[in-house]
Design a protein around this ligand. Structure first.
Ligand code: SAH
Length: 255
């Protein structure tokens, strides 16, 4: 089989936030299958004129695999465009496994996840010394169940920096579960459509965020970021501390 499938992370929305490698893959694609609900259609401009582009929004896994197979047997390069980074809530494992079953070659080009676009919009760092050195990526259970051991209330016990996908429609429940671990004064941000022109940022605390999100009318396509990293109090990093020696820099002794 001469053809191949390339899974490409499209980035969070801003069409400039795809990787160069992903953009080049689009440029040589013979057909594209994209997740129409969240992938910016402007990215399709990187394809050659008249490249067939299929929106996967109303396709089943079987339909998608059929489209891929059809292309690959004709020697085509098929690009499968997924929002953000495809390894996070991308449902790509089942596609990769089906391709492996059919002995269809495939590869994956990573992308900028919306979790990082949200941190960029807020101009915050998830990993602050003395605050948190851990970032939890999770979601509330919806039609897709979440294993019991990963209940939001259980994860909240760590009081780490946390990003919650796919859950803003249940903001009340999210906050109730977070309060099992975090203080009511803990800062929380909701970033709607990070990196899109219609981006919106709502800041608050666990005590008041539900009302703010309701007023803003945000019900989907948002990151919920929670944790003390959103505060401004923290210790400075060791890496750039003048007294700290590491592989690339000899520290100066304490004055
Ligand atoms: N693979 C994607 C996530 C897909 S799941 C990624 O890496 O970002 C879809 C969820 O991602 C949405 O419900 C929302 O929580 C989040 N999301 C996707 N794009 C977003 C954006 N531009 N801004 C904020 N959240 C976004």
């Amino acid at each position: 089989m001469k053809g191949e499938v390339i899974f490409v992370g499209a980035g969070p929305g801003d069409p400039e936030l795809i990787t160069l490698k992903g953009m080049r893959a689009l440029g040589r694609a013979d057909r594209v299958i994209y997740a129409g609900s969240l992938v910016n259609p402007a990215l399709l401009q990187h394809c050659r004129p008249n490249t067939p582009a299929h929106d996967s929004a109303n396709l089943t896994l079987e339909d998608v695999i059929k489209l891929m197979r059809e292309g690959v047997v004709q020697g085509e390069t098929v690009v499968r465009l997924h929002t953000g980074d495809p390894s996070v809530y991308g449902a790509i494992q089942e596609q990769m496994d089906a391709l492996a079953e059919l002995s269809i070659p495939y590869s994956v080009i990573p992308g900028v996840s919306s979790v990082f676009a949200a941190a960029a919009a807020l101009k915050r760092e998830f990993t602050l010394p003395d605050v948190s050195q851990t970032l939890i990526l999770t979601r509330m259970a919806g039609r897709t169940p979440v294993p019991d051991k990963e209940d939001l209330s259980a994860l909240a016990q760590h009081r780490a920096s946390m990003a919650i996908f796919l859950s803003v429609q249940d903001m009340g429940q999210v906050v109730r579960e977070l309060l099992q671990g975090y203080e009511p004064t803990t800062p929380i941000a909701v970033v709607y459509k990070a990196s899109w022109p219609e981006e919106q940022v709502i800041m608050g605390t666990l005590a008041n965020i539900v009302a703010k999100v309701r007023t803003a009318g945000i019900r989907k396509t948002a990151q919920i970021l929670v944790g003390d990293f959103l505060n401004t109090e923290y210790a400075r990093s060791k890496l750039y501390d003048p007294q700290f020696t590491h592989e690339f820099r000899q520290g100066s002794p304490e004055q």
